[in-house]
Design a protein around this ligand. Structure first.
Ligand SMILES: [Zn+2]
Length: 113
């Protein structure tokens, strides 16, 4: 399991805990499962608001209206960076191998004239 960071932003808002204005940072991440055939990112985007001044994670219950507004704006940016299912070359190689095998089987099974 891998975590991709989609978007981070420093906020100018007041921290609800220490009231500092230069410590808040919001991070949007997305989990990604990887196997030999494809990379499969989670549907959901996870978000975290962290204050570098007081070293606290600020949970949504403590968010002010202003933080929510900035959060919504940044969430839209994160959505545009969202990752989707990526098929790897091995997947295509397997499909080609499968087609060749099926063709070979059909060739062997069809009676020769
Ligand atoms: Zn703080």
């Amino acid at each position: 399991m891998k975590t991709n960071t989609l978007h981070t932003a420093r906020l100018k808002n007041n921290c609800p805990t220490c009231f500092g204005t230069d410590g808040l940072e919001i991070t949007f991440t997305q989990e990604e499962k990887e196997n030999p055939f494809f990379k499969k990112p989670a549907q959901q985007i996870d978000e975290k608001l962290y204050c570098h001044t007081c070293k606290n994670t600020i949970y949504p219950v403590n968010w002010t209206e202003d933080i929510e507004r900035v959060f919504d704006y940044n969430k839209k940016i994160a959505e545009t960076n969202k990752q989707y299912l990526k098929v790897k070359p091995l997947f295509y190689i397997l499909i080609v191998v499968a087609i060749v095998l099926v063709a070979a089987v059909i060739y062997v099974l069809i009676p020769k004239v």
